[in-house]
Ligand binder design. Structure first.
Ligand code: ADP
Ligand code: MG
Length: 697
């Protein structure tokens, strides 16, 4: 048995290693940089680089890399070895402060949304000292931000750091104003729960759709899906359990606090939740979690599917972004305390978040939009595309009393009586769970539930931080000159008006119901059903203004991101279409034809031998032939339309075409193929069925 506390963080250049390895003054200077965002000078950088290299080499590393997150949504790395020739065929292992702080690479093949012409290929990576370096596969990985020659952000980390700083600056002013003058900074805390599927690798390798697109494009539903609710929290199968143990240990070595694991609703679906960390570290760690999941699965001859909708007809996978704000004095600003009604600071923070979510609901929706997540949002398995907030009974009652100027009586926390005397009695949580809400208050944090399983958590956090920073800014501007003896009264009035204006975004009911869609429309809430619907909101003037005001993005950076998202959407569906055509033409139609031929041969043989013929066999043959012809025709239309889609120059127009025409074409082919698949004997099927994929691990 491994010694877990010893193993935990063994591959990380963490605070303990820094303290042990660095001279005292250097350690202090580095801490100042990390804790207070101060500039790091050259001597310190050199000393840190030396210590890092020594530690890395002691732990088996031969290379280093600037580890960054380009807008592909994945991580990128280019490895350089530490070796430096010193003549006579000898080398030493070297790593300088300069190499630690700054990297330069030809970055012309990363998406830039037109920010950087290919001729200006230079990209820079810059060390993020707030996220610890680690060793992966014998390489020292240094978390970095990635920008262009002219300083524009080309990655997911830079805006996240900018948004955290913007939020920290203004939130500090707000809590200072409310009397907590010892607070000098705040940071966001984030815990991202991660869902995924596991399938057998031998089966995966036989499916082009899984290989090329991450999801199945064809396949009829098995006789049993998730309707028995027997998989959710079910006991773990040995192979899955072995994978999870391995995964936990790998993550712990990286200092990732993996905490909870369980089976999810769908067959072959699982979840992992780490303990929350500072926003940008949580974002880095979520990227690592996804990578380690995939690699660890392979060791068990499994493939980890992170796609949002790997299988039609059963639940897809999401990611829950648990988010809160904590002061440097250790106070969680979303902790209601024992008497939330009297906790002015809590109510100011809560109402500011409500205002932020209502005012920038379009951006929040956009931050989770992708071709793959479109399959989930609004279907009855994931929160609806309408952004609303669930507060639960107690907070709702408090807000109601503010609105109506009535006295709120703190409910005693109710003792839970389980009805069996041998069981311990415990107090009930003040908020129940509501799985259908996209943005739910869960006791001392909000849980943004609309994220897709495969995407980086950076963008949703950027939007959340920025929108809340804006709400805080407005609050601060209104109250900064109010004498302290008038503050309470005035804040009460502010709370009333803020609530009246934004309570339309509060909804405690069933988000999956059709009534809510109608009700939300009456309330004037946005309902963006698809990615092409919502993406243009990125470049709405008021949204560009939000980003530029808080120095999150320049206007050209926003436009670049808009273009990248559109392009990504179009390419994703283009690849899906081509993969589907290939599977149908090269695999499914020939298989169907073989089946039909075998039926025809059998009919002939029986007729010749005994002059008899089976009505069923004839019917089946007819069905197979009809399906063959229909699929053939519909594939031809899909091919034509896809060729046309590629020729559309305007990217938004193309996106709408991919959504309205290509996806519909694909659906119309699939429906025929899936229906006939039910009738084809297994030996004719050219690739493993849903049944095998979902129930064989
Ligand atoms: P569930 O959503 O299944 O009820 P939990 O309540 O266990 O799950 O918590 C989900 C996630 O929320 C975990 O990653 C946990 O660390 C995180 N979390 C708890 N408190 C905070 C906080 N103050 N800020 C951010 N995340 C938090
Ligand atoms: Mg959750």
């Amino acid at each position: 048995m491994a010694n877990i506390p010893e193993m935990y963080g063994s591959l990380v250049f963490n605070n303990k290693v820094m303290r042990d390895k660095l001279p005292k003054d250097i350690y202090k200077a580095l801490r100042r940089t990390i804790d207070n965002n101060t500039h790091l000078d050259k001597d310190v950088a050199n000393a840190v680089a030396l210590a890092m290299k020594e530690w890395a080499v002691e732990n088996g590393a031969t290379h280093y890399t600037h580890w960054f997150q380009p807008m592909t949504g994945f991580t990128a790395e280019k490895h350089d070895s530490f070796i430096n020739p010193i003549g006579d065929g000898e080398i030493i292992m070297e790593f300088s402060g300069k190499e630690l702080i700054k990297g330069e690479s030809d970055a012309s093949s990363f998406p830039s949304g037109g920010l950087r012409a290919t001729c200006e290929a230079r990209g820079y990576t810059a060390w993020d000292p707030t996220s610890p370096a680690f060793i992966k596969d014998r390489t020292l990985c240094i978390p970095t931000a990635f920008c262009s020659f002219s300083g524009e952000a080309l990655d997911k980390k830079t805006p996240l750091l900018r948004s955290m700083e913007a939020l920290s600056n203004i939130a500090t002013k707000v809590v200072n104003l409310l009397g907590n003058t010892d607070v000098t900074s705040v940071s966001t805390t984030v815990g991202a729960e991660q869902e995924y599927f596991l399938v057998d690798k031998d089966l995966f390798d036989q499916r082009k759709d899984l290989i090329f697109t991450g999801r199945t494009l064809l396949g009829s539903n098995p006789p049993k899906g998730q309707e028995m609710d027997d998989h959710y929290f079910g006991s773990l199968k040995p192979r899955v359990s072995a994978f999870m143990h391995d995964l936990d240990e790998e993550l712990w070595k990286f200092g990732i606090p993996a905490k909870t694991k369980h089976n999810e609703v769908a067959p072959a679906q699982h979840e992992l939740a780490p303990i929350f960390e500072t926003g940008n570290v949580a974002a880095d760690h979520n990227q690592l979690i996804m990578e380690v999941m995939k690699n660890t699965a392979l060791k068990h001859n499994l493939v980890c599917l992170l796609h949002e909708k790997p299988f039609e007809g059963i639940n897809g996978s999401g990611k829950h972004d648990n988010w809160s704000i904590t002061t440097n004095t250790g106070v969680n600003l979303l902790d209601p305390g024992k008497t939330p009604a009297e906790n002015t600071q809590f109510l100011v923070v809560l109402l500011s978040i409500i205002k932020a979510v209502d005012e920038y609901a379009d951006l929040l929706r956009l931050s989770v939009a992708s071709a793959s997540n479109d399959h989930r949002l609004g279907a009855n398995e994931a929160p609806p595309a309408i952004i609303s907030i669930f507060l639960g009974d107690e907070l709702s009652a408090i807000l109601e009393s503010i609105e109506n100027d009535t006295f709120f009586e703190q409910s005693k926390r109710i003792k839970m009586d389980t009805g069996a005397t041998v069981l311990p009695h415990f107090t009930k949580d003040t908020t129940d769970r509501n799985r259908t809400s996209p943005f739910a208050f869960t006791g001392n944090k909000f849980e943004f539930r609309s994220l897709g399983s495969s995407s980086s958590i950076s963008c949703p956090n950027v939007i959340l931080n920025t929108a809340v920073a804006e709400a805080f800014t407005q609050f601060y501007e209104e109250f900064k000159d109010v004498p302290s003896n008038e503050l309470d009264e005035k804040i009460r009035n502010w709370a009333k008006t803020t609530l009246a204006k934004h309570k339309r975004v509060l909804f405690n009911g069933n988000g999956y119901s059709d009534e809510w869609v109608e009700e939300a429309a009456r309330r004037g809430l946005f309902n963006f059903r698809s990615t092409p619907d919502v993406l243009p909101r990125y470049i709405e003037p008021r949204n560009i203004e939000l980003f530029t005001k808080h120095h999150i993005y320049t206007e050209s950076e926003v436009r670049a991101r808009y273009e990248i998202l559109l392009e990504n959407y179009n390419k994703t569906i283009h690849i899906e279409s081509k993969t589907m055509v290939s599977m149908l033409n090269h695999q499914f139609l020939p298989a169907l034809n073989n089946f039909a031929t075998s039926l025809a041969n059998s009919i002939n043989a029986k007729m010749t031998a005994a002059g008899i013929s089976s009505v069923a066999e004839n019917k089946l043959l007819k069905k197979a032939c009809t399906a063959y012809d229909t699929i053939y025709e519909r594939v031809a239309k899909l091919v034509n339309d896809t060729t046309y889609a590629e020729s559309i120059e305007d990217m938004l127009e193309a996106a709408n075409y991919y959504h309205d025409v290509i996806l519909a074409d694909m659906e119309s082919v699939r429906s025929v193929a899936d229906a006939i698949e039910h009738l084809i004997p297994e030996q004719f099927l050219p690739y493993p069925s849903y049944e095998k994929l979902l129930f064989s691990v």
